[in-house]
Design a protein. Structure first.
Length: 367
């Protein structure tokens, strides 16, 4: 059987399109449950298997994040305000963020949600819709954003959101003292935001002097939580910060509560995250988002399949052309060597140009 060589360009095209879509090898390793010391994967009994329906909402998406951290809990009233056994609205968000903060950001004592939609002041300005916007009862305000997919302008968008919030503090009037509230932005990303490997999973951006490293302005802070940089197993979780990072990454993949997390501190989060426990309006939001995600996934799979079929057709066409060319060269070579025909006669019989016949002759060193 003859062997035909397919052009490198054609092979590269096949590789690019026919590679399984989805996370890169690095991202697959990040999302994979780390193996234990014996090489077997740990704690698989707590995670969903392929095809199983989710038990808990996924906080990595906008809808799941807002349901869990924005809607969960009872409204705070004078009668239940001091009852710590009752989870109030905003408590889950407060506990999560406080576990991420260090001495640079004092702990949040309460969460007072504000309208997250900020319309433009003119028809030419875009409106801004934050995932969550709240104050803590002091002069501070917080903007919390969850981003599940990587986008190139993610950090720039967070800066723009902060700038819009600061600009809204400049109310009309005779006083221009610019005494707006300090603003803390929290960007939780299921992707790598800072490519520099020296930057940890949780990092802080502040205004400071570059030479001394001294913070010179406390008006704006941006905390970035890069979830792919966190890859601890269940048995490696040391504190609340580790647990909340683990749950942000894996809650949507769990099918039951691991015993080490079944305690008074984390049990409320699982109870409010369980799909069967969702309030009717929250379940409708969740179900709509789930349907949209399944539709998007189906469209993606269809697009990939169409691309594979298109590439297959292109490869087949290229191979056919190469086979045809080789067969033609073989036929012309036979006529040159065995038939008493001139170049014009051979060109007419084979349907090629005289120059083509001359090139074949040159390859045979007959010219």
């Amino acid at each position: 059987m003859k062997k035909y060589i397919i052009s490198p360009q054609c092979l590269n095209l096949v590789r690019e399109v026919c590679e399984p879509y989805g996370p890169s090898k690095r991202d697959k390793n990040v999302n994979k449950i780390p193996p234990d010391d014996n090489g077997a994967e740990s704690f698989q009994e707590y995670f969903l298997k392929t095809g199983e329906e989710p038990v808990f909402i996924n906080p990595l998406g906008d809808v799941g994040f807002k349901i869990l951290f924005g809607n969960s809990g009872e409204p705070s009233t004078t009668s239940n305000n001091k009852d710590k056994s009752i989870v109030k609205k905003g408590d889950l968000l407060k506990e999560t963020l406080n576990s991420f903060f260090d001495q640079r950001i004092p702990a949040i004592t309460k969460v007072l949600f504000k309208n997250a939609e900020t319309p433009g002041k003119t028809i030419h300005e875009r409106k801004v819709i934050y995932d969550l916007l709240f104050s803590d009862g002091s002069e501070r305000e917080f903007i919390v954003e969850m981003q599940n997919q990587k986008i190139s302008f993610l950090l720039n968008r967070m800066h723009n959101y902060m700038a819009r919030a600061h600009s809204l503090a400049m109310n009309k009037g005779t006083s221009f003292d610019h005494n707006q509230a300090p603003l803390v932005g929290v960007l939780i990303a299921n992707c790598i935001v800072h490519q520099d490997p020296r930057i940890p999973c949780i990092s802080m951006t502040e205004y400071g002097d570059m030479e001394t490293g001294v913070v010179t302005m406390h008006l704006s802070k941006i905390m970035t939580v890069e979830l792919p940089k966190f890859n601890k197993r269940l048995d490696q979780l040391n504190d609340k910060k580790d647990v909340f990072l683990f749950l942000l990454r894996n809650l949507g993949r769990l099918k039951k509560v691991p015993p080490q997390l079944d305690n008074d501190l984390f049990r409320p989060l699982f109870e409010y995250a369980e799909i069967a426990n969702l309030k009717k309006e929250d379940f409708m939001l969740f179900d709509k988002d789930r349907t949209w995600e399944r539709k998007r996934q189906l469209e993606l799979e269809t697009a990939v399949q169409d691309a594979k079929e298109q590439v297959t057709e292109q490869v087949t066409e290229q191979v056919t052309q190469q086979v045809t060319l080789k067969n033609t060269i073989s036929f012309v070579t036979s006529l040159i060597l065995e038939a008493s025909m001139n170049e014009q006669q051979i060109a007419k019989v084979t349907g090629v140009s005289v120059a083509f016949v001359q090139n074949v002759k040159q390859g045979l060193s007959l010219i």
